[in-house]
Design a protein around this ligand. Structure first.
Ligand code: ATP
Ligand code: F6P
Ligand code: MG
Length: 958
């Protein structure tokens, strides 16, 4: 379906073509004069967006744009357009600016380009639109935003393309799939063809989250009408074969697995599989079991093995046929090995994915251990050398170093000579000690090496600290504790979403589709070519072996390098000569607004120490806007007084919900003037968002606010417009998940017991939805949907059926998560009463209210490390915007707050898709926010609701 849309100022128009009416309606919404495509506004000729379901053909008038910018600048922008081959953009984005789309539109509409020239699932790309001045004004929220077949519907041989349109089962599908037996039923069978059999195995070191991955794969396979198999004991199970090792699983077999640690289907390091004979047996046994597709959850080694197995498959089956170990018929039916990787390893050493399943759980264990060690170290004023796992990868050590503000780290990726690392470590430790720090924490990755490749041991580090600095030093080797325990929320959700996507990928694949690896990039689940990911991972190891450390670092994910630079910057704080010259040094104010959220202190600490390393002066405004207006609560932050803040919960500088207008905006302007602030960072949730809006609007009246201002979103509700992630939401999610695990255990001990858990989050159902996914709750009720009586009765019936079926098996308790604001009429308590009454003795329900426990104790490592990343990006934003605004600042008459560039200097930092972006508060407040409801207009996590439902067999009535 196609529609022409004149844009607001009439200078441009675009044509949208969608593959179906549903896809079009789902993606495109009109708000008065504005058009929204998947969450972002379009106004005038500046913001044009694309989306996976819709292809956009552009026809822009560029003359007017040309007039707006100086000729030289236009020429320069024009020449910076990147026109590289799309095939080269696997790991990067292609950038257009609107002024050049006219010239480049053939990229979008040309139908005769060879097929591989278009992006596909396995060669994804993301598209940005820049306005004439170079601001990013449109960012596609999904990879492959441009359809591969822009102007016609996909044909049958383009299944990769069509799969992009709908990756998540629709509610209509869900409604059709009504459970009728012990095994959750498949979608209505489309033919008499034998059901596809999908097997999953776990391999290499176990990792928390592997069970959630297996559960999601088994249930999604069954939900999609396939048979589900598990291969026990990793590749050994393939080598041994037979029904003892390759077992068919039912829906019930994986019940409750998302909250269990380790891997219930066993794992192994299998030497036989490294030999061809082992792989030959593996192929034979898979075929004998009738398995069509294999999903391997494991680390770099396991996926290297999977890649080799895939590439050898034709020769393996030929040999099996020749030696009469399989029949002709089997040979032709299993001609292609359909294989897919989901990366499960605590090491986080696989290229092309930001995180491997289990890595953040291991990081959680490490940070908790270091937090404990700090206390004893502080008591004795001791040094500790903490050895962490990670074989040949320093990710765990690096992230733990940031999250615990360790004094020094040793990782294999950045080796130095023995002399260098010893001097560096002693220099920094002695500086910290001289300034009054009582503890010293050095984290060493088990694979740490010097630049001649000789290993560095914790004993070596211990010796240096004792001999050169005379410190009372102990070694703590954390060992397998790091791999133990249940998965953190992030890993459970990652593993679940990757499991669902792995089954989708397997079902989408054709004989020509390269085997995929399911990855995550920032906040998006993506498909990557397995073969390339393995190759890239291996090239890092090869570069290290060849002592080409620069290359190794360059081949590492950009985020790793960013983390390393961040660690070094905040760790040196004001101990060295600042980086910037005196005339570039700024006075930066930091304020917390709203309720406390995990990671707030980490953000303040990181910002302040980073400011110091740059030469800026960081000031804290204590106790929010009311503190400033009433008590002039401005204090400069010094290094020693912030010791320990990185890992502390709550808000050290105090916070409350008062906005500038409530407090006295004139008074606030006066103090901004008095202290001559050059920039402001607000850390907080929706009140912080409103505060930024008020200050930006008051620039007209108060020159003191004509400075760069940025909001770092921090709220457990995760309802700040402009971002898919707010600090504190991971901490809250873990606190709620742990609470739910305990409640579920209690429910499981009593036959036929359900708990209705009341969940915070204001008008945002993010927390309830994600927690439901992490704990496998039977249903979640959120403000965005409310509670309908029909759905409630359906849920009660589903619960009753499910309890009836649990007979004779483990007595599994059930959870229902209810956002407080999902219904004003029905509290968790009354909902539990209604359920008990309606169940008529088939089960009973109790309520449970975790309340402010959801704000969490210590911030999670994710919130701590993301806080550091956000903090440094925020200071970078202030530095970059400073030059732009400073000229306009002094000019009272000439300052035009409506100028687009100037208004862009007050922005919200956000994670969108796979990027960190800054969006102007005007854009967000005016067009992308339901101000009265205090939520963004577009809910980015909506699709996960359907997944959470289908994994527990919830039926939807609407
Ligand atoms: N090059 C290879 N060829 C064939 N099989 C391999 C290869 N490398 C690894 N494997 C198989 O994968 C198994 C697991 O590999 P490995 O011990 O390296 O763990 P991993 O998957 O990297 O996970 P982790 O590092 O988290 O423990 C090996 O025991 C072996 O069976
Ligand atoms: O459990 P194992 O076989 O001793 O292996 C330990 C290794 O496994 C990992 O935990 C995961 O690869 C590594 O960090 C560590 O080097
Ligand atoms: Mg490995």
């Amino acid at each position: 379906m196609t529609v022409d849309i004149p844009l607001v100022n009439g200078t441009s128009y675009c044509t949208l073509t969608a593959h179906s009416k549903e896809a079009f309606e789902k993606t495109v919404k009109f708000y008065g004069d504005f058009l929204q495509l998947e969450g972002r506004s379009i106004s005038g000729n500046s913001t044009l967006l694309f989306n996976g379901a819709v292809s956009l053909k552009l026809d822009l008038e560029i003359d007017e744009i040309k007039q707006k910018v100086a000729e030289a600048q236009y020429e320069q922008l024009k020449s910076t357009t990147i026109t590289q081959d799309w095939r080269a953009s696997v790991h990067e984005s292609l950038v257009f600016n609107t002024a050049n789309i006219q010239e480049n539109k053939n990229y979008l509409v040309e139908e005769n380009l060879p097929r591989q020239a278009y992006p596909t699932d396995l060669f994804p790309m993301q598209l940005y639109t820049l306005d004439p001045l170079g601001n990013v004004v449109g960012v596609t929220s999904t990879k492959n935003a441009v359809s591969t077949m822009p102007t016609r519907p996909p044909t049958s041989d383009e299944s990769v393309t069509s799969s992009l349109v709908s990756k998540v089962p629709s509610y209509t599908d869900l409604k059709k799939a009504v459970p009728t037996s012990d095994t959750y039923p498949s979608l209505p069978a489309s033919s008499n063809k034998p059901k596809k059999a999908i097997a999953v195995m776990t391999s290499g070191g176990d990792a928390p989250g592997m069970n959630a991955n297996v559960r999601a794969i088994v249930r999604t396979a069954i939900f999609k009408g396939c048979r589900a198999f598990v291969v026990m004991e990793g590749y050994s199970g393939l080598v041994h074969g037979g029904p003892e090792y390759i077992k068919e699983f039912t829906w019930e077999d994986v019940r409750g697995w998302s909250s269990e640690g380790g891997t219930n289907i066993g794992t192994a390091r299998c030497m036989e599989f490294k030999k061809r004979e082992g792989r030959l047996l593996g192929a034979q046994h898979l075929i004998e079991a009738g398995v069509d597709a294999l999903i391997v959850c494991g680390g770099d080694g396991s996926l290297t093995g999977a890649d080799l197995f895939r590439s050898e498959w034709p020769s393996l089956i030929d040999e099996l046929l020749k030696t009469n170990r399989i029949t002709e018929e089997q040979h032709s039916r299993y001609k292609h090995l359909n294989i897919c990787g989901t990366v499960g390893s605590i090491d986080n050493d696989m290229s092309t994915t930001d995180a491997t399943i289990g890595a953040y759980s291991a990081l959680d264990r490490i940070c908790k251990a270091i937090d404990y060690v700090e206390a004893t170290a502080n008591s004795h004023s001791r040094a500790f050398v903490v050895e962490v796992m990670g074989r040949n990868c320093g990710w765990l050590a690096l992230l733990a170093g940031i999250a615990t503000s360790a004094d020094y780290i040793l990782i294999p990726e950045k080796p130095a000579s023995s002399r260098e690392w010893q001097d560096q470590m002693c220099d920094i430790v002695s500086k910290h000690r001289k300034r009054g720090k009582r503890t010293t924490i050095v984290i060493i990755a088990e694979g740490a090496i010097a630049n001649d490749l000789t290993p560095i041991s914790s004993a070596d580090v211990h010796k240096v600290l004792v001999d050169r600095l005379g410190l009372d030093t102990r070694i703590t080797t954390l060992g397998h504790v790091q791999r133990g325990g249940t998965a953190v929320a992030y890993d459970r959700i990652l593993a679940t979403l990757q499991g669902v996507e792995a089954v989708n990928a397997v079902l989408d694949s054709t004989p020509d589709t390269p085997s995929p690896l399911i990855a995550i990039n920032e906040n998006k689940i993506t498909r990557k070519p397995l073969v390339e990911s393995v190759k890239l991972t291996k090239s890092v190891a090869d570069a290290i072996k060849a002592k080409d450390f620069k290359k190794a670092m360059a081949l590492r994910d950009t985020e790793f390098v960013e983390h390393l630079n961040n660690f070094m910057a905040i760790n040196s704080a004001d101990h060295n000569e600042p980086k910037l010259p005196a005339d570039k040094r700024l006075k930066i104010a930091i304020v917390n607004v709203g309720a406390p959220a995990g990671g707030i202190n980490s953000a303040v600490y990181s910002m302040a120490t980073y400011c110091m390393s740059q030469g800026h002066k960081p000031y804290a405004i204590y106790n929010g806007w009311s503190g400033l207006a009433r008590h002039e609560s401005v204090r400069s932050l010094d290094w020693k007084s912030m010791l320990g803040w990185q890992s502390r919960g709550g808000s050290e500088i105090g916070t409350n919900r008062v906005t500038p207008e409530d407090a006295d905006i004139g008074m606030i302007a006066y103090y901004f003037q008095k202290y001559q602030f050059d920039g402001l960072v607000i850390v907080g949730g929706f009140e912080a968002f409103v505060s930024l809006h008020q200050l930006e609007r008051a620039r007209d009246s108060y020159a003191a606010f004509r400075i760069p201002m940025v909001l770092i979103p921090a709220t457990l509700s995760n309802n700040v417009p402009g971002t898919e992630y707010s600090l504190g939401s991971d901490t809250a999610l873990n606190a709620l998940m742990e609470y739910c695990d305990v409640i579920k255990q209690s429910a499981s001990s009593t036959r036929g017991r359900a708990f209705v858990v009341d969940v915070q989050g204001g008008n945002s159902g993010f927390l309830a939805t994600c927690a439901a996914l992490a704990v496998g709750a039977q249903a979640s009720y959120v403000p965005e949907e409310g509670i309908s009586l029909e759905q409630l009765s359906q849920d009660i019936e589903t619960l009753a059926e499910s309890f009836a079926k649990a007979e004779g098996r483990g007595r599994f308790g059930k959870l229902i998560l209810k956002s407080t604001n999902a219904s004003k009429a029905l509290s968790a308590e009354s909902l539990a009463k209604v359920m008990t009454a309606e169940a008529e003795g088939r089960f009973d329900a109790k309520s449970a209210i975790p309340g402010h426990i959801q704000q969490g104790g210590l911030p999670s490592p994710i919130d701590r490390t993301r806080a550091t990343r956000f903090a440094i990006k925020a200071i970078g934003f202030i530095e970059a915007q400073q030059a732009l605004i400073s000229d306009a600042r002094a000019d009272n008459d000439g300052f035009n707050p409506d100028d687009k560039e100037l208004s862009g200097t007050a922005a919200v930092l956000g994670v969108k898709g796979s990027h960190i972006v800054f969006t102007s508060i005007r854009q967000l407040y005016d067009f992308e926010t339901e101000v009265t409801k205090r939520v963004p207009k577009i809910i980015h996590w909506e699709a996960t609701r359907a997944i959470a439902d289908h994994l527990v067999g919830r039926k939807r009535v609407d």
